[in-house]
Design a protein around this ligand. Structure first.
Ligand SMILES: C[S@@+](CC[C@H](N)C(=O)[O-])C[C@H]1O[C@@H](n2cnc3c(N)ncnc32)[C@H](O)[C@@H]1O
Length: 272
């Protein structure tokens, strides 16, 4: 899909990344088509549920770290997904109730459920937009109301860049560069995406998801592609890693590492 062409109606027959991810996380905001697609995917990449859970926990640890250790109070979450437990605003506002969060997603279902959840929270808003539409997102009235871009912000691209195809103007690298230019020194960018070093897995999942979602998909990439997104940023410890190993809460707790494909990334800070 070209950036900017937003679907406003929910089509229960065509799976979406947001609803499949919701199913993997044990949510209820998905349809039979989403569950069937997950079942098909599991035949080739059976660790996908563990991957989704690891990914969501990483996001929660990362937000807690950004708010708790680095004092970040403003978050711009691209491709935020359907609300689940411990959403970004809940983690951030647990540390400081004044924290402000803008959620961005192009799935109309996210908009409906997000707005219902956030109705009572005037420090949080959900915007229906394509994550590649940087101007539209940064200049949106809700973003302007809640985020002060003269101050450090954490911009999140958690498990989303595999949803957009390569393009010199609107691929992940171009979007990361464009967003970076709008941020104050000392801001943070969290980026991770699905990668595999196995060419067969990359080919299968990319083709499967492209077909299942009727073209609303990008591609599974490699670790070296993700490294490029962080050019010029100071990468926080422990670097760019499989996300379940990013500052785990408990070193000795057994974590289910996925094999066929992983979420790979980390957090970078703009020079101060
Ligand atoms: C795998 S989910 C990740 C959700 C959340 N960031 C997390 O990590 O828990 C990917 C999300 O990106 C959204 N998405 C995909 N393509 C998008 C686009 N071009 N613009 C905005 N959101 C997009 C999907 O609707 C979905 O909610």
């Amino acid at each position: 899909m070209e950036p900017g062409k937003l679907s406003t109606s929910i089509d229960a027959a065509v799976p979406t990344a947001a609803r499949m991810y919701d199913h993997y996380l044990g949510g209820k905001d998905n349809y039979a088509s989403d569950r069937a697609a997950c079942e098909e995917l599991d035949k080739v990449v059976p660790s996908t549920r563990a991957l989704a859970v690891n990914n969501r926990r990483f996001l929660q640890r990362a937000v807690r770290t950004l708010a708790g250790e680095y004092g970040i109070r403003q978050f711009l979450d691209h491709g935020s997904g359907l609300p689940t437990q411990n959403n970004v605003h809940q983690v951030a506002q647990d540390i400081d109730p004044e924290s402000r969060v803008i959620y961005v997603d192009n799935d109309p279902m996210v908009l409906v459920h997000g707005r219902a959840l956030l109705d009572q929270n005037d420090r949080t808003a959900v915007i229906h937009a394509d994550m590649r539409d940087t101007d539209g997102i940064f200049d949106h009235p809700d973003t302007k109301r809640l985020i002060d871009f003269s101050q450090p912000v954490a911009v999140l691209f958690n498990s989303v860049f595999h949803c957009i195809p390569d393009s010199d103007t609107d691929g992940p690298l171009a979007v990361a560069r464009r967003v970076r230019e709008r941020l104050a020194p000392g801001s943070f960018m969290l980026m991770c995406q699905l990668v595999s070093e196995d060419p067969e897995v990359r080919k299968f999942v990319t083709e499967f998801m492209d077909q299942a979602t009727q073209g609303h998909w990008g591609r599974v990439r490699q670790e070296k592609d993700v490294e490029e997104y962080f050019e010029g940023l100071e990468i926080l410890e422990p670097g760019l890693v499989e996300v379940s190993t990013w500052r785990p809460d408990n070193e000795v707790a057994p974590r289910q590492q996925t094999q066929e494909w992983i979420e790979f990334g980390g957090i970078g800070r703009l020079p101060r």
